[in-house]
Design a protein around this ligand. Sequence first.
Ligand SMILES: NC(=O)c1ccc[n+]([C@@H]2O[C@H](COP(=O)([O-])OP(=O)(O)OC[C@H]3O[C@@H](n4cnc5c(N)ncnc54)[C@H](OP(=O)(O)O)[C@@H]3O)[C@@H](O)[C@H]2O)c1
Length: 256
Amino acid sequence: MATTTDEAYSSTMAVSKKVILITGVSKGLGRALALELATTYGHTVIGCSRDQTKLDSLHLQLSGVSPNANHLLLNVDVQRCNRSVEEFARIVKENELVPDIIVNNAGVVNKQGNMWEIDVQDFDNVIDTNIKGSANILRHFIPLMIPYNKGIIVNMSSDAGRDNTPYKMIAPYCASKWGIEGMSKSIAQELPKGMAIVALDPGVIHTDMLESCQGDLASQCQTPEHWYALFLTCFDNVSVSCFIFGIFFLFFSNSK
Ligand SMILES: NC(=O)c1ccc[n+]([C@@H]2O[C@H](COP(=O)([O-])OP(=O)(O)OC[C@H]3O[C@@H](n4cnc5c(N)ncnc54)[C@H](OP(=O)(O)O)[C@@H]3O)[C@@H](O)[C@H]2O)c1
């Protein structure tokens, strides 16, 4: 009898447990990923967000589905200051965890408006979270991974960071995601052999962020729970991940 894709992944993952750091796990894509990675594959999740109540409820769920994993969820604001992320990395190290994979997922979008009408603090918040927040994570976690010469970093990008033709009223968000694309390509040239980094456009998914941009139309899009299956093929199956990330890796290496 033919095995399903899920069965094939499960058998591979049975011998390959990973430690996966995901920022922004309180809701949306980050939460769906954290739950699925722990439930189906038994991976250990290191996560953060600024909402303690949601972190507590996620921790309860994660512990229920994979009680043997040492999940670590902390209240960390990735953009507020570099120091809080430094402390986050210190605690992770103290728990003897080293991420195999980082998903720099935490992100915000501005309140829609013409660029010249957008509140300066709203603009700053988007840049500080999406670009500087991601950089804070990488600044403190890449050094934990380098001694092992392995690790994959996924920086959440967006179509808004690749093709800005259809995107009006979210100039700060577009700028931040174009920034993520450039930063990822630059870091790709700096990482040691064995490590890879990619900017990933996840597609269009019904989350709070999408609702804030599209209102009721957002409900016509896929849910985070449907979306994760596609995302996981990017790195959960060893051969698939080698293939996909190999392509990105080659692309970035060749662009040196
Ligand atoms: N949904 C889409 O269609 C779509 C499309 C393209 C790209 N993306 C990207 O995918 C990522 C996830 O988006 P989403 O749709 O899942 O959004 P979401 O539902 O609004 O979730 C965003 C997550 O980021 C966290 N976060 C925001 N600011 C933070 C900060 N300063 N420190 C720590 N955590 C912070 C939030 O947690 P707290 O508020 O609890 O801190 C929340 O868990 C984003 O990078 C987004 O740009 C999404």
